[in-house]
Design a protein around this ligand. Structure first.
Ligand code: ADP
Ligand code: MG
Length: 200
């Protein structure tokens, strides 16, 4: 019978659609998980394999300008006021440019994420010569800040408070700074913002 046949067919179709949907969801979940796993292993490898620093002379102005260009779109999208202070900076200083740039990028990326819900978001990058011939690199934001009881955990590998965070940015950064014989410190207060300072 035509009618019955149609009914069976539409039931079959519905079953098929259902199955496809389920399969689709399953595949999506698998894909997400493998992406997550890939991210995790990549992160782990990055952490384990930081090349030892190749020290060269870095031109302060060029470095800060490059960073500004790199984040230009993100600053615009987030209406973030970005400023660079290099008045008291040496014209050149010594570090591994690739590693140090990655560290500054990590810090600024965190700053961008920290000011996400601010109505007047600001981020400042400062480089300053110190009296002991060292150089200070500071990244400051007026974002959500870090609760005091969390401060000692933020540099621990894989510690993250973000839904999609890898938690390796700061631990990697600290490792890079230590490999330069430097220090990295943070000052932060909830709702007021954070300042990360590197001394090389
Ligand atoms: N500028 C910042 N403002 C507020 N919290 C921060 C800032 N930088 C880092 N954090 C905190 O430290 C944690 C670890 O940072 P990070 O190692 O870069 O990992 P991720 O950014 O993937 O979470 C973040 O999840 C966040 O809770
Ligand atoms: Mg980060």
């Amino acid at each position: 019978m035509v009618l019955k046949h149609d009914l069976v067919k539409s039931t079959q179709d519905a079953d098929q659609t259902n199955l496809k949907e389920k399969l689709g969801m399953g595949l999506e979940a698998i894909q997400e998980r493998s992406e997550g796993l890939l991210k995790f292993t990549e992160a782990y490898q990055n952490l384990a394999r930081i090349p030892s620093p190749t020290i060269t002379e870095i031109k302060t102005k060029a470095l800060t300008e490059r960073i500004g260009i790199l984040f230009k779109a993100q600053f615009e999208t987030g209406r973030i006021r970005f400023s660079i202070d290099i008045d008291k900076a040496p014209e050149y200083f010594k570090a591994d440019i690739d590693l140090l740039e990655q560290v500054i990028i990590n810090l600024i990326r965190n700053a961008v994420e920290a000011v996400e819900e601010k109505s007047d978001p600001e981020i400042n990058l400062k480089i300053e010569a110190r009296t002991d011939n060292k150089v200070l690199i500071g990244v400051k934001d007026n974002g959500k800040g870090i609760p005091a009881d969390m401060l000692d955990r933020i540099f621990v590998p894989f510690f993250s408070t973000k839904e999609k965070g890898s938690g390796i940015g700061l631990s990697l950064s600290r490792q890079v700074v230590l490999m330069h014989g430097g220090t990295i410190n943070v000052n932060s207060s909830t709702n007021k913002g954070s300042t990360f300072e590197i001394v090389l």
